[in-house]
Write a protein that binds this ligand. Sequence first.
Ligand SMILES: Cc1cc2nc3c(=O)[nH]c(=O)nc-3n(C[C@H](O)[C@H](O)[C@H](O)COP(=O)(O)OP(=O)(O)OC[C@H]3O[C@@H](n4cnc5c(N)ncnc54)[C@H](O)[C@@H]3O)c2cc1C
Length: 375
Amino acid sequence: MASVLELAKQITGEVIAPLAAEIDRTKRFPKEAFKAFGKAGLLGLLVPQEAGGLGGTLEDLVAVTETIAESCGSTAMCYLMHSCATMVVAAKANEDQKERYLRPIAEGMKIGTLAFSETGTGAHFYTPEIRAALDEDTFVLNGRKSFVTNGDHADFLLVLTNAPTADKGLNMFIVDRDTPGVRFEGEWNGIGLRGNNSISLVMENVRVPHAQLVGAEGDGMGLIFEVVAPFFILGVSGVNVGLARGAYLTALQHAKTRKYADGRSLADIQAIQFYLSDMFGAVEAASLFARNASKAAIEGQEDAVLRVMQAKVLASESAIKVTNLAMQVCGGQGYTQQLPVERYLRDARAGTVMAPTTEVLKEWVGKSVAGIPLF
Ligand SMILES: Cc1cc2nc3c(=O)[nH]c(=O)nc-3n(C[C@H](O)[C@H](O)[C@H](O)COP(=O)(O)OP(=O)(O)OC[C@H]3O[C@@H](n4cnc5c(N)ncnc54)[C@H](O)[C@@H]3O)c2cc1C
C-alpha cells in the first residue's frame, strides 16, 4: 500500500501543511483537505474494494493518520473519525447500506463520524444513557451527544444508544444529518485540535427506520470492542505519534539553524543533544509499538487487545513529553506562534483525555497482564 501513503504524503504537503496554522487560528473545519481526500479516493481508504474503496487495513490507517498529524492534528483527527465511522458501516453493511453509504464514501461524496459520548457517560462512552424507543417498526431517538468531531460537516453519524428493551443491549444507528429532528449546538473551543469541530448533536424525536441499524439489534457492544476499538485506539495513536514527530522535526531543524554569536548552534550544546535523543527515541518507540500492535490485531494474535490498548497509552503520553521537550529546545521562540511547536503541544494534550482515557486504559492493561477480567 505504498501508494496510499504516498498519496497521503502528497496531499499533506500540498494542501494540509500550508493551511494548518490558519485552521488552528480560525478554528475552522479542514474542508480543503477533505475535498482532496475525496478526489484521491482516500475517504474510502477502509471501504472494501467490492464497494469501490481502496480496501485498506488498520496498518494503513495508522500510517496515514501519522502522516497527516505530522503537519495538522485537527485534520488528522477529523479524518480518523470519518474512517472509524466508515469501518463501522463496512463491518456489517447489507447491500442497501453498501450502495447508500460505502459507495458514496469511496466516491468522495460522504463524510461520517462517531456520536458516542454523552455528558453523563464521559470516559465510559460504551455505557450510553440514551435509549432508543420503538414506534411500530421505527426507532425514535431523543437526547444529546457531546464531543461529535466533524459535527455538522458530517453527512452521517454513527449513533450509539441502548436498545428499546434492556435485554437487547446496545444499538448502533446510521443517522443522516438531514433527518428531521437532528441539529447541532455549540462551538468547539478546545485548547488544541481547534479545527476538529467537535460539537454537540441534539436529537428530538428523530425517526430512524430499521434500514439504518448497523447489523442486528444488540450488535452495538460488539461493534465498539471489535471494530471501533482497534481502529480508533490505533488511529489516535497514529495521530499522537505524528504530532510528536512533527514537534521533534521542528525542534531538530531549529536546533541546527539557530546560531549564537560565537558560531555555535543550539545543536552543539550537550543539554540540547540529550533532549534530541529523548525525543527521537520516544517518537520511534511509540511509532513502532503502534505498528506492531496493528499487525498483531490484523493477524489476530492472542495478546493483540493488550498491545492495542498500550499503544495509545504510549503514543499519547509520548506526544505530551516530546512536544514539551520540543518547546524547551526552541525556548522563547517555541512559546510563540513563530514556530508550530506550541500548536503541536496544545494538540497533543487531547490524546490522554480522549476515551478510552489513559487512566481507563492503564486499568485495563494492568488487569490484562495480571489475568484479571476487565469487567
Ligand atoms: C478533541 C476531542 C474530540 C472528541 N471527539 C469525539 C467524537 O468524535 N465522538 C465521541 O463520541 N466522543 C468524542 N470525544 C469525547 C471523548 O472521547 C471522551 O468521551 C470525553 O473526552 C470524556 O470527557 P469527560 O470530561 O466527560 O471525562 P470524564 O468522564 O469526566 O473523566 C475525567 C477524568 O476522570 C478519569 N476517570 C473517569 N472514570 C475513571 C475511572 N473509572 N477510573 C479512572 N479514571 C477515571 C478520566 O480518565 C479523566 O481523566 C472527543 C474528545 C475530545 C477532547
